[in-house]
Structure formats: structure tokens, C-alpha cells
Design a binder for this molecule. Sequence first.
Ligand SMILES: [Zn+2]
Length: 283
Amino acid sequence: MPELPEVETVRSGLERFVVGRRIESVEVLHPRAVRRHEPGPADFSSRLRGRRFDGARRRGKYLWLPVGEDAMLAHLGMSGQLLVGPQDAPLSPHVRVRFTFDDGGPDLRFTDQRTFGHLLLAESGALLPAVIAHIAPDPLESAFDATWFAGRLRSRRTGIKRALLDQSLISGVGNIYADEALWRTGLHYARGADRLRPREVTALIEAIREIFAEALLAGGTSFDSLYVNVNGESGYFDRSLSVYGREGEPCPRCGAPVRRDPFMNRSSYTCPVCQPRPRNGRW
Ligand SMILES: [Zn+2]
């Protein structure tokens, strides 16, 4: 599943290759891709045709492209990609929606093998689509307020990792980046959010921002080929993860073997030395 840095990489690719262009046609090849657009696929197409993508914005893992006062909202789900490439390139069987532009340049294809992703036209959504207004800003947005976040976090009687995954508190932090940020800060995932010291919260926010910034740097090279994969792999997962997916491997800081615990139907990776488990589940 793409995490925030990958989605930001997609956003900047869209800004470069799609923004400012007028849409000539919108073909919905699979209705499931626009299932959240309640008026249906024909309405989705007709309301975008002839209009221009004015920008490419993001909150957490949601992207939206303003078209006048409205916006096309995209969520990539597990496997969604937005591909920009030559109009005459063969259509892969997983292309769900195809946009062509009146400049005759590269088209935009929403490709989604597992069809968990979706597109919709959000009326009056240019600034912030109503359907995602409940999602908190992510730490890369200027709207992110660290003081507000710290206050809300310390009012939660829950483990710190659960709080980080709560999109109404902070968006864009998935399982991988939560584990990495907690490791950098030396916090165990079960530490009570309401028991954190202010400096621990500050360090945690700093760690999340650092990790995202590093991942964005690693992801900046995916726009060179003729058929551009706007969903570009960041490469970050292979090179820079300290604990995530590294069960039994030495902690890069102290050498103790990384531990994996089941967590909310997934896993949590920690260093048992750098991130001591709280006694009685809480500190
Ligand atoms: Zn360690």
C-alpha cells in the first residue's frame, strides 16, 4: 500500500505532467473505480470533460486535482497507480479510467489491479473536498499544527502507535512509518499516549518529519522514462528501514535482534533494548 511519501511523489508527478492541461475525454473502463461518485460513471466523465486540472493537492493519502471550484479526488487504495504516458501506448488490462487532453500530449491512466482505489468528482472541493474534511492534516502540510496535535495526543488513553494510525489525529502515518518513527524516538508502541512527556512528543513529530523527508528524497527519480509511473517506487523501503520487516536482524543502534509482535492484524517491529516495553502495559 502506498504510504504518504509515495502519494506525495505521485502528487508532484501530477503537478508536473497534468496540471494546466485541458481534459478532452474521460473513459471509465471499470465502473468500480468511480463507485464513490454517486451520480455514476457517465456523470463523472461529463463533468470533467472540457475542464482543466488547475492543481494537484494532497492530505494524507488522498489526492485531489482542483477543476475550477470542484475537484477530482483520488485514493490509490492498495494498488492504484496514476500513469502518464503516450496516448498510443497499449492499454493494460488494469486501466480503470483514462483521461486524454486536448493538447494531444501524454494521457493519464488510473490503473488499479485490486480496485480498492477510487476516483470521484467532489463538488466545491477545490480547497478541501468535504468527504475528507474529517481527516487531520499530515505532518508535511503547512496546516499541520504540532501544538494542537501534541495536546490531542496527550488526551488519548490509548497506545501511542494506535494514536499515530488514527487519521482524525494525524494523517498519512501508516504501519511502516509509525514503527520507524517510534524506533527513532526510542518509544515502545504500547506506551500510553496520555503518558508521554512533552519532549517525547516533540521528538516523535520531528522523527516523522525526518523520515518523510528522507523518503521523498529517495523517491525523486521515477519520472525519467518515456512511460512515466507517477506512482513511482520510492526505493526507501529497501534501503533505509531500521526495524520494519527486519525481525531477528540487529538493531542499527545497539545490535539487539529486532522483535516482531502481532498488532491490529498486522505487525509491530521494535528493538527490545532501545524501546523497552512499558510495565503493566502503561507508563
Ligand atoms: Zn536497539
